[in-house]
Each structure stands twice: as C-alpha cells, then as structure tokens.
Ligand binder design. Sequence first.
Ligand SMILES: [Mn+2]
Length: 333
Amino acid sequence: MNMIGRTMTDPLEQAAEVLTGAPDVALACHINPDPDALGSMLGLAEFLRARGAKVVASFGNVPFEAPRWIGALSGADALVPPNEFPKSPDVMVTLDCASTDRLGSLLGSAKKAKELIWIDHHVSNEGAGTIPIIDPAASSTAEMVYRLMRRIGGEIPAGAAASLYAGIVTDTGRFQYQSTSPETLRLAADLRTHEFDHARLAQAMFEDNSVAYLRVLATALGRLELVPDADLVWTYLTQEDIGKENIPMGETDDLIDVIRSAREADVAAVLKQQRDGRFKVSMRSRGNHDVAAIAAERGGGGHRLAAGYTAKGSLQDAARDLVEALKASSKVA
Ligand SMILES: [Mn+2]
C-alpha cells in the first residue's frame, strides 16, 4: 500500500486492510476492563483467529486478574498475562482506551508496535497510534469493532458475536443511554441472530452480586449526602469498608448506577479510596451537566454524562472541590 493510497482511504478501511493481511496480531484493552473493553477484545480475537491469524490478547493489570464475568465470554483462551505480551508487535490493536496510560504495563509494547490501530469511542480521546479510529458517537467500542469486522468481511463466530453483544449491552446501560442509536439496535439485532444465550450473558453481567457486595452497598447508601446547591448526591467507600467484607474495589463498579437513580440531584458521584489512599471520583449526570469537563480539568476523562478522575487530598478536600466545581459549572441547556 503506498502512502498516497493510504491518505485517501478512511481509517476503518486502513485497519481492515492491515488486519486482513496480518499473520500475527496483538490486542490490548484498558486496565481493569469492563465488558466493552474485554468483549471487544475477545470478540476481535475470536474473529481474527477464525480467519487464521495468530492472536494474543491482554490488559496491563499487575497482578493480572480477570473479572469474574469473563467466564460468560468465549475467546478467553487468547488471553496472556502482560509479561507474555509481545514487546514490539508488528500489528497491535487497542480497544476502549481513552488515553495511552489506560494501557498500564502494555504501554511499552504500544510504543514499539510497527502498526498501532487505536479503536475507541471516548469523547476525551485525542487519538493515538498509526491508525486512530475514534468515534465519540458510537455507543461502545464493541459497536466499532463490529463495523470493522463487517469491513473485513467473512463469518462472525457466535462466540465473537456474544462478546460484542456483551460490550454493547453494558456500555448502553442495557440500551437506556442516549448513545443508543437506531444503528446500535440494528447492530445488536444482527448480533442476536447468532446462536448464544443472551439471557445468561445478561445475568452474568448484571445479576451476579455477592452478599458481601450488597453489605458494602448498604454502607455506601447509609452515607448518602444530598447537596442541593450543587445539584449533587454523593457517597464514598474506603479501603476499610471493602476490607471488612473482603471484596476488591472493582466489585463496587455498579454502585454509581444505584446512586444516580436519585431524582433529587442531576449529578451523582461516588468517591472510592484506592490502595494508595487517594480517592477516585466517578460521576454521572442525568443530562444537565457536562461531567467530562469537570473530570478533564482534574486530569481525568470520560463522556459528557459519565466521567471520572483521581482527586488530590483527603476525602473532605475531594468532596469540597467537587461541590465547588459543580456550583461553578454552567448547566447545559
Ligand atoms: Mn466503552
């Protein structure tokens, strides 16, 4: 492919061409992967393997721990721990990474990759790699991977369809969020024509809480604070809280979805203490605030209605800063 030809084709076409010809492909999704990141990656892995490519997939968590729901997805046999990931891959694809630091320990491989295809839908993404495919209008990275598969052509294995479906269902909040377009629904319908148990998949993703998590949820709900001046409802969890119930902080990812159902405030936030003592702030807006802007000003990122950052200082400092930011932020009409 010559350079002129290349500048004239769109990134999706470029990526399709590269992946069609590549015998070895290395896939990476973001650290602490959600079903969109992992589903996109394992789906693409299974698809490319069915086409005869050798594929490895990973994410840069150290220690390397897969989320519990990975058992509901197929294609996991492509997974390797980060230390077995190629150091300078010929072709590497990143999935659902809003920024390079989301690669964790796999960033070095991305820097040395000859061809780096960067697939993401976060609005804060500035794009990276030799072939950036960024679509903030896409409901999910899985939706974008599906388009890429269609462009490459050929059969989509049922397992790959299930993995993409998991990503779409999750990132659209089960088809509730604004990002759910007619195209998203058509694409989900297409995926559902494949033979897989979507009800079991949904159960593994959404109805699989431990009693320990529900107790931690009770602790968080017991501390709920409403700040009407800031249009905010918020709560927090400390390392001690999760230590008591012996669950990892990652198991509390869905807590924000309970908090944001409060009708009295537009913005919901959960402040979670990390192992280093700092508080990670997750925010959701019901539609009237651009929380991505607040996150970006604090070194974080995300979407207009769902974003996050790591706060400086104590819990009190972090909460005060958030309240001030919301009071200052002009509402989106
Ligand atoms: Mn996503």
